[in-house]
Design a protein around this ligand. Structure first.
Ligand code: HEM
Length: 150
């Protein structure tokens, strides 16, 4: 956590995970994704402009299930990502960079770290499910990334 971070923050960092702070994180993250030169085109090809509210609503439910164990998300991310054109193993690390930056912008570091740990686990398991091939080496385990504050 740098001084610059606090200077640019418009509000105190969230110290609680609830439905409203999860929604703020999801909104911030996907705003950054849509502007990103590598990830933006992949999402734009899959999600029509008028379908974004539906996607965001699903993601609120997803992170609510992950962080608060509410069971609000019902879905199968592996199957859904199988249909995403342009998805590639190399993109997952960058996805995590944007997600973790958004978490650090909004939350106190300990909570940002909790989001990051879960995001990395899910990202690695999604990457395995989509791209693992028995006869190819498997490198770059996303769970081994350094802690956010390191
Ligand atoms: C490079 C990495 C990724 C890309 C490019 C990507 C892209 C997408 C896209 C385009 C969709 C919408 C698909 C559709 O509605 O047709 C989607 C849905 C979703 N993504 Fe990802 N994703 C990535 C990684 C992740 C990770 C790491 C997570 C979780 C930590 C995640 C969680 C989800 C969930 C929960 C949905 C909704 C699935 C449903 O419809 O039930 N994604 N993703």
């Amino acid at each position: 956590m740098t001084a610059a971070h606090h200077i640019h923050s418009m509000q105190p960092l969230f110290a609680v995970v609830d439905e409203s702070t999860i929604a703020a994180l999801v909104d911030r993250f996907y705003a950054a994704v849509r502007q990103d030169e590598r990830l933006g085109p992949v999402f734009d090809a899959a999600i029509a402009p008028d379908a974004w509210p539906i996607h965001l609503t699903k993601m609120y439910a997803f992170w609510s299930s992950v962080m608060l164990s509410t069971g609000r998300y019902k879905g199968n991310p592996v199957v859904v990502h199988q249909g995403v054109d342009g998805l590639a193993p190399e993109l997952f690390g960058h996805w995590l960079e944007l997600f973790e930056a958004a978490a650090l912008e909004l939350f106190v570091p300990s909570i940002a770290q909790e989001f990051a740990v879960r995001a990395r686990r899910i990202a690695e398991s999604l990457k395995l499910a989509l791209f693992f091939r028995p006869n190819q080496p498997w490198t770059d385990d996303l769970r081994d990334r350094p802690p956010l504050d390191a």
